[in-house]
Design a protein around this ligand. Structure first.
Ligand code: ZN
Length: 133
């Protein structure tokens, strides 16, 4: 058995990587770069903790909990980006339709105007989100 098989067997049933993990890794990287220029005690420990947490999430067997964390992260991210008005969450009008973007995969979704609050299911990744039309 080669290492690839071993790895996939090891990873079987485990959560693996998601957007939240990638975000945490990015944060860790940024802190690492900062710590190269500014000496702040405990910063490397923070990076270590962060990496430890990322690996804990990747190797976790509690997929449901990790998935919920990731959803929460995506929601917060969408809200955060919304503050700057470039989130793609804001609808574009196109004739009698509104164009929304899926918060997860950015797929464009066309919804007729004037339907009030609707629950939209992304045709690509099946993410559900609510929008006012
Ligand atoms: Zn989607």
């Amino acid at each position: 058995m080669n290492w690839r098989d071993k790895l996939s067997r090891f990873m079987y049933g485990r959560y693996g990587q998601d957007q939240f993990s990638r975000f945490l890794l990015l944060v860790g990287l940024v802190i690492l770069v900062i710590s190269m220029f500014v000496r702040i005690p405990g910063l490397s420990l923070l990076v270590l903790l962060l990496l430890g947490y990322v690996y804990f999430r990747m190797l976790s067997r509690n997929v449901t909990a990790r998935y919920a964390e990731n959803q929460k992260y995506l929601e917060l991210k969408a809200r955060f980006l919304g503050l700057f008005g470039k989130n793609g969450h804001r609808a574009q009008r196109q004739g009698d339709n509104m164009i929304f973007r899926c918060p997860k995969c950015s797929q464009k979704i066309r919804i007729p105007c004037g339907k009030g609050m609707v629950e939209i299911t992304c045709p690509k990744c099946r993410t559900k989100f609510r929008k006012r039309t």
